[in-house]
Design a protein around this ligand. Structure first.
Ligand SMILES: [Zn+2]
Length: 186
């Protein structure tokens, strides 16, 4: 069986299971209220939040890019997400506690790009001289910097809890670097 056949077979099993459990969510307004978190993570195949954190369908919106970093592109995705919520008539986190989680990890591929500052500067849309504050070689410092960056986004509701985590690819465990706290205190 080739790779695609194998994946399609897994999909059939997924569909049967979800259908039997009544957990399919065919419309966005139906799905939105179930979302309890937005997770920002790295595209690395070892660190899928669905695996690492046991995220089930409908539980969280997951945005992934290289490094799980806050970049202008990521912020644009967040902005569009908010708009989709408005259009669907449901704002994520409209009721109850809502989390925004930045999940980065050890041995991230982005650290290997440290030798290519022009590429990284373009990714973050900053000058090469400002790259130091992005801490691309230190996941703990990077996740802390990105939580600070998200706190500075006025469009994010102040009551949402924000946290920064680092997943250790050697142990499979997640470490809390920035404990959950409201984005802004009133
Ligand atoms: Zn990574």
């Amino acid at each position: 069986m080739n790779t695609l056949d194998n994946l399609l077979q897994r999909n059939k099993e997924f569909a049967v299971k979800q259908s039997a459990a009544g957990t399919l969510m065919p419309s966005l307004p139906q799905a939105m209220p179930k979302v309890k978190a937005i997770i920002i993570g790295c595209a690395d195949m070892r660190v899928d939040p669905a695996h690492v954190l046991g995220i089930q369908p409908g539980e969280a919106v997951v945005l992934r890019n290289i490094g799980g970093r806050i970049t202008p592109g990521l912020l644009q995705q967040l902005s569009l997400l908010g708009r989709i919520g408005e259009v669907a008539g449901k704002i994520p986190g409209g009721g109850g506690e809502f989390q925004i989680i930045v999940l980065q990890h050890t041995d991230c591929g982005i650290t290997r790009l440290a030798r290519d500052p022009a590429l990284l500067a373009a990714y973050f849309q900053i000058q090469e001289g400002e790259l130091k504050k992005k801490a691309v070689t230190d996941p703990r410092a990077a996740v802390a910097a990105d939580v600070v960056a998200l706190r500075a986004v006025p469009a994010l509701p102040g009551t949402w809890l924000i946290s920064g985590l680092v997943y250790d690819v050697a142990t499979g465990l997640v470490e809390i670097v920035v404990p959950p706290a409201p984005i802004r205190t009133a």
